[in-house]
Write a protein that binds this ligand. Sequence first.
Ligand SMILES: [Ca+2]
Length: 219
Amino acid sequence: MDMYKRNKEGEVFHDNPMYGREFVRKETREISIYGLDGADLFQVTGSSRKSIPVRIIGGPGPDEINDESSVNGGRKHTIVYDTESTVLNLGSEAQNNISDDPGVNVYDRQSFKYNTYFPVPLIFYSSDDGLVGSFGLNWTRQGFRKEEFKSKHDFYLRAGTVGNVQIGMQNRWRTIMGGWDVGFDADYGHYYPYYNYFGLGIRRLRIRSYLMKITTEST
Ligand SMILES: [Ca+2]
């Protein structure tokens, strides 16, 4: 990636780059280039078998975005964000996210978040379940402009002294269908009368599928 200064007439000073760096696919998962204010010209060139996805966010000002790149495979690797007035010359590799939504050019320097994993060990007791030990793993994936997270996946295994054993998973994907989250929960094993965690959520379309084996204790 190289960055050059331009003057008001649009002349580019190639002799004197302001920034230059080679990004390696093993180290860099995604590149976001923000033009911010002013008239920016973006040129994406080259062809490759594999590539790092590049997001271009033109920002305010009369921008121009050109993409002549090509990468093997169906996924688009140049993702373009700007307003309707931007001049576009996009090839087959570009995904056009031009929009009149004022949020399209928003720049938040702290928006990037890493994916996280954390284990959730838990012990609880109830008269129905006995003493129950539970181990879970919560996995949160982050994505570009996905509020809070892109997807969440929880896996758990629990076993109680009454003999209950249960494994399960809960999955939720952020705003993939017209602003709605989609998720599904599944578990397999014995039923826990006391402990039923269904997760938190607002505006949630839930598809719950259960494979459940219920063993009835003689009472
Ligand atoms: Ca701009």
